[in-house]
Write a protein that binds this ligand. Structure first.
Ligand code: ATP
Length: 305
């Protein structure tokens, strides 16, 4: 359903690649969590699926179609097959719940009869059948997110992308949102969700793809938020690598991210905060500090819509 082949992309010439040689396949009907520390590339990956950017290096296929071949004028139609849910809901504050969801059908030119049938159906699915007349300001955060989900699925997309959909919600409300996403997935929609919420990932035991510095470092089925795969030494094999410091080995959880954010601004440079393992690798590869200036510096976003 979604295929990345050796995809690399950087936002500008000076920055490191946001995604670095990423290859992965997500099958139709799968539920996949994208995890990784802040800045590891999760949102960028979702944006590439949405064809917000074209990849200068590598290919992205969605439902068998190479997104690079979708001309700009056809991108809105292409995106109709993809529902999107964000952390901050993005509802139209002046419209009712019903009208917010109906709007997603109206822009596609759906008939009033279809809207009258479909909108109550999805509001029922997300547990808001009795709140269609309310405005977003009259709803809790969890209810607003459920409206956003209803809007994302009302046109029955094959893929649902969710970028930290529980990021602003308490654990109980988050669990309710996850029940809905699980139900949508069981109805056949492929779900890819970026998250820092370790409790959710650990309780659902779905496929987990972990990004670190733009690279896929783990792709594991029925997985936990942090890897449980033990390093088993093989007889005659090269010696096992040094143990990695915990901070570098695991993606940040929501709680850890809050702590990092609070600590930010302490003046530490990017080099100061480079994880020890990367530092070691850099010393090995560039012992004289002679690091090439343009490893992927030529990777540029060609076509931001
Ligand atoms: N619009 C942009 N312009 C320039 N750089 C960007 C832009 N968006 C993201 N980046 C950079 O690309 C890298 C990957 O960012 P991305 O948003 O994909 O990470 P993320 O894993 O989703 O992070 P978070 O968990 O904080 O949302 C980061 O280094 C980030 O600073």
């Amino acid at each position: 359903m979604i295929r990345f082949e050796n995809v690399s992309i950087a936002y500008d010439r000076k920055s490191k690649p946001a995604l670095d040689d990423v290859s992965l396949d997500v099958d139709r009907g799968e539920f996949v969590f994208l995890v990784g520390s802040s800045g590891s590339g999760k949102s960028t990956l979702l944006r590439l699926v949405l064809r917000e950017y074209k990849t200068p290096h590598g290919q992205v296929y969605v439902a068998g179609q190479n997104v690079a071949n979708v001309p700009s004028w056809r991108v809105p139609k292409f995106r109709r097959g993809i529902g999107v849910v964000f952390q901050d809901f993005r509802l139209i504050q002046t419209k009712t719940v019903f009208a917010n969801v109906a709007y997603a059908m109206q822009v596609l030119g759906k008939s009033r009869a279809a809207i009258r049938t479909e909108v109550p159906r999805v509001l029922e699915l997300v547990g808001l059948a009795d709140k269609g007349h309310r405005k977003p300001t009259e709803l809790s955060g969890g209810e607003q997110q459920r409206v956003a989900i209803a809007r994302a699925i009302v046109n029955q997309p094959g893929i649902l992308l969710a970028d930290e959909p529980t990021g602003n919600l308490d654990p109980i409300t988050s669990a309710g949102i996850m029940d809905i996403l699980d139900k949508i997935n069981q109805n056949g929609t492929t779900v890819v969700m970026a998250t820092h919420d370790d409790d959710i990932v650990n309780s659902m035991r779905k496929r987990v793809i972990e990004l670190r510095h733009g690279k896929v470092v783990r792709d594991e089925h029925a997985a936990l938020y942090t890897s449980m795969i033990p390093v088993v030494p093989v007889a005659g094999a090269a010696p096992a690598p040094e143990p990695v410091k915990k901070d570098d080995a695991e993606p940040q959880t929501r709680r850890q991210r809050a702590v990092s954010a609070a600590a930010a601004g302490d003046g530490a440079s990017a080099a100061d905060s480079m994880p020890p393992r990367l530092e070691r690798r850099r010393e090995r590869e560039f012992p004289l500090g002679d690091e090439p200036k343009t490893s992927t510096a030529n990777i540029m976003i060609e076509d931001q819509l």
